[in-house]
Ligand binder design. Structure first.
Ligand code: P53
Length: 496
């Protein structure tokens, strides 16, 4: 096969602050909910730890923003628990070594996120934390030393804990103003150093995932989900407007968790249910952020879920004024939608994957369907809908790696996964899609977001750390590292 990628196509990898940096208390960083979240597995949830009103410690199931702790309890780091995000993979201290390795692979782009609570430790501080600003300046300068463009997520699941506890998080309209202050600060501080930005990582998860995984969402969950999303849409639009004013060179994108949904059968009920899943899960956020207004079917969704939203005319004006320059998304898998009753053997049992099993696909150890053509499908569908440049900003295979006696890591399964997905992108490009970048997920092994595990590895660079936090944290290139280097050097032609 011969793959044709545009001459200036951006190749690279992606990480997020909470999963990579560690140093959770250093240089004035404030806490976030993930700092009080333990590790889990595919079948056991991560736990959020707290001290209740009588002084007893306890844990509530759920990752970060999903956990509910008892009335009167406060979030707490407990002595006898291990919190995988506290040390991450120590990117905070090792970023020079890591960026050097990324450069060796030939990266022209590196996606990372800024931790809000390094810049504004409590979220509502009047002045930013200079040490936090200094850290990211050094990271960006290090990237530019090698000709690597940073692609910066402004928010990657990490609202400062103070805003969650004392303001009710994104249920509160005031969060828009705090986010604005934070966004303005970093656009100003990094003008000339960063031109590619993403406002909210996987913004659609809030609503898309409400009724997935066999979970029944309550009316209150829908009400909160849609309302939180609305405030995030306004925050995102306002940031985009400000970002363009501060530097007209800035290219700012939305970031959508891109799951391709298929109807499990050709029963028209399944076809319609599938279309409605696309609307609720995928299009809803893309339409608002790309087109600057709520789509017609929004009214159907609000009615269906019995929600009443606080949306002002000024909000609607702000949405129109803050449209994204590009559509970026993560892509890992497809899901099947059906209205039919399923026996458990016909269902997918994964973490964050759901629905009817697809007999044409294979599944990862964590139950995620490997479906490269689903990526071609997604790219073509979305480009046809919006006609603006697209970026695939996450794509990868979470798998257990074995270190051979000589220290090498033979991860041919990961190479195959990426080869097939790069080929899938080439197909979409050949069909006219304006795809401009590919950043693989976890260019280096990092803590899993869903399960908190280290053993669910995505990297082309191995990090010697286990699920208990033990290890040297040494970095070792895997076979995929050398493979990706060839891919980049040949601009996607040599996938051998
Ligand atoms: P982990 C669900 C489904 C697909 C992607 O996930 C998702 C999620 C929510 O976690 O999130 C993205 O580490 C997310 C990253 C995350 C990556 O997928 O659970 O943006 O932070 O690490 C992979 O295997």
């Amino acid at each position: 096969m011969s793959n044709k990628f545009p001459k200036n196509f951006l190749w690279g990898g992606a990480i997020a602050a909470t999963q990579a940096e560690g140093a959770y208390k250093e240089d004035g960083r404030g806490l976030i909910k993930l700092d009080v979240t333990t590790g889990g597995t595919k079948d056991t949830p991560r736990m959020t730890t707290y001290i209740d009103k009588d002084g007893n410690s306890g844990e509530a199931p759920g990752r970060g923003h999903h956990a509910v702790i008892p009335e009167g309890a406060h979030y707490a780091v407990l002595e006898d628990h291990y919190y995988p995000n506290h040390d991450g993979v120590d990117f905070y201290h090792r970023y020079k070594e890591d960026i050097k390795l990324f450069a060796e692979m030939g990266y022209s782009i590196f996606r990372l996120s800024i931790s809000w609570s390094r810049i504004f430790p409590n979220g509502d501080d009047k002045e930013p934390n200079q040490k936090g600003l200094d850290f990211y300046r050094q990271v960006f300068e290090e990237c530019h030393k090698y000709g690597i463009e940073p692609l910066v997520s402004i928010w990657h699941f990490d609202t400062p804990l103070n805003l969650e506890v004392n303001y009710g998080g994104w249920n509160n309209r005031q969060l828009i103003d705090f986010y604005e202050r934070y966004a303005r600060t970093i656009f100003t501080a990094y003008k000339g150093l960063v031109k590619y930005w993403l406002t909210f990582n996987e913004i659609n998860n809030t609503v898309m995932m409400l009724d997935m995984f066999g979970r029944k969402a309550t009316k209150e969950m829908y009400q909160q989900g849609y309302q939180q999303l609305h405030y995030q849409f306004v925050a995102s639009a306002r940031a985009i407007k400000i970002g363009h004013e501060i530097d007209p060179e800035n290219k700012i994108g939305c970031m959508i968790c891109g799951i391709t949904f298929y109807p499990a059968t050709c029963d028209p009920n399944d076809i319609l249910a599938n279309e409605h899943k696309w609307q609720q899960g995928i299009y809803y956020c893309g339409d608002v952020q790309v087109k600057g207004q709520y789509p017609t079917y929004a009214k159907r969704l609000w009615k269906l879920h019995d929600v009443e939203l606080d949306i002002t005319n000024k909000d609607l004006e702000e949405l129109r004024e803050g449209c994204v320059d590009m559509y970026t998304f993560s892509y890992y898998m497809s899901n099947n939608v059906t209205t039919h009753h399923l026996d458990s053997k016909d269902m997918v049992d994964g973490n964050y994957s759901t629905g009817a099993r697809n007999e044409y696909l294979t599944y990862s150890e964590w139950g995620w369907a490997e479906d490269p053509l689903g990526l071609t499908y997604y790219l073509e569908k979305i480009y046809d809908r919006y006609g603006i440049p697209l970026m695939v900003v996450e794509n990868g295979l979470g798998a257990v790696d074995t270190v051979s006696e000589d220290g090498s890591i033979h991860d041919d399964y990961r190479i195959n996964y990426h080869r097939n997905h790069i080929d899938a992108m080439a197909k979409a490009i050949a069909n006219g899609v304006d795809l401009i970048a590919y950043t693989t997920w976890g260019c280096i092994d990092i803590v899993s977001s869903g399960t908190g595990e280290m053993r669910k590895r995505y990297g082309f660079i191995y990090v010697d750390k286990d699920d208990k936090g033990k290890g040297t944290f040494n970095r070792t290139p895997k076979d995929s590292f050398y493979w990706y280097k060839k891919v980049i050097a040949s601009n996607g032609e040599d996938l051998g």
